[in-house]
Design a protein around this ligand. Structure first.
Ligand SMILES: NC(=O)c1ccc[n+]([C@@H]2O[C@H](COP(=O)([O-])OP(=O)(O)OC[C@H]3O[C@@H](n4cnc5c(N)ncnc54)[C@H](OP(=O)(O)O)[C@@H]3O)[C@@H](O)[C@H]2O)c1
Length: 283
């Protein structure tokens, strides 16, 4: 990946811009509208939201205010944990589309594999949800379908009844948290790995080794993280509501990390914590 307009190709041939813009914890209203508009003005063409973030309407407004053509953008939202059934996928998908003000979606993900509300029958709940997502995909309402926070045993279960394999798994991938088993499994099954919390939800800025690397390369810690993510073959989703940071986080194509440093960053085990276990998450 040498340029922000480069794309990863999904298993169905759809291209996805190699950096996405995150919106978790971005408050609905002006903050979300302005940050999404700033991101698109800065050059992002890929926006990541979710039903649970409560900001789909503002994300949609930011998209409209940017004036960029719909077909030049890649928009993702995610099915929330209370909505795991055929009927609820269908109805909440339409709600999301109405909030976003879109008539098709680029990527729809199952947000978590094993919600507390479905813990005793999560396999069936995922199978039903997936069937609805496959139908929306086949009807042309969604250009790609995928999953998030799924580990190999969740994917194995889904593949027992899936007609269409997931094209993406969006998981926590950041310095010191590389989820090697899940990454290897997804790669073997032709899924693109989207890296959420690529800056460790802001905690990475306190890590001394990262401060040293920033000095060595003459780039910010955020840029080192995003560059690292790309060199690992992930698709990073940095979030910011600050215009200068939004721009900074795209300026990652004018330098390259040495292989040793890519490994050093991967080996900072737990420096910003580890991904939550999806089978015991309390939501
Ligand atoms: N699928 C899932 O379950 C899941 C879970 C978590 C996240 N995600 C997705 O991944 C996206 C990113 O992850 P995240 O929101 O957890 O956190 P993140 O992107 O790792 O970190 C965001 C934090 O870093 C700060 N920041 C951003 N750029 C900076 C810079 N250049 N210099 C200094 N500080 C900077 C932001 O501050 P300001 O905003 O104040 O500028 C914010 O506090 C989410 O927004 C969401 O779209 C998905």
């Amino acid at each position: 990946m040498n340029h922000q307009t480069d794309t990863y190709k999904l298993s169905n041939g759809v291209g996805v811009p190699c950096i996405g813009f995150g919106t978790w914890q971005t408050p609905d209203g002006d903050v979300a509208v302005n940050s999404v508009r700033s991101a698109i003005e800065a050059g992002y063409r890929h926006i990541d939201t979710a039903q649970a973030y409560g900001n789909e309407a503002s994300v949609g407004e930011g998209i409209r205010q940017s004036g960029i053509r719909r077909e030049d953008l890649f928009i993702t939202t995610k099915l929330w944990n209370m909505n795991h059934s055929y009927k609820l996928v269908m109805s909440t998908f339409e709600e999301s589309m109405n909030k976003l003000g879109l008539d098709y979606l680029d990527l729809f993900l199952i947000h978590w594999p094993n919600p507390a509300a479905f813990r005793d029958h999560w396999e069936e709940a995922n199978a039903e949800s997936w069937k609805a997502m496959e139908e929306l995909y086949e009807a042309g309402r969604i250009r790609a379908i995928g999953i998030s926070n799924f580990r190999p045993h969740h994917i194995e279960a889904l593949l027992k009844t899936a007609k269409i394999a997931p094209m993406v798994n969006q998981i926590r991938l950041c310095p010191g948290d590389t989820q090697d088993e899940t990454v290897a499994y997804c790669r073997a099954h032709n899924m693109i790995l989207e890296a959420y919390s690529p800056l460790g939800v802001g905690r990475i800025f306190e890590v001394p080794e990262m401060q040293q690397l920033a000095e060595k390369y003459g780039h910010s810690i955020a840029q080192i993280c995003i560059r690292w993510s790309l060199q690992r073959g992930y698709l990073p989703l940095p979030k910011s509501v600050t215009p200068s940071r939004i721009q900074e986080n795209l300026r990652v194509f004018d330098f390259e990390l040495d292989d040793d440093d890519v490994q050093l960053i991967a080996d900072l085990k737990g420096c910003v914590g580890f991904a939550r276990d999806p089978d015991s998450a309390p939501f």
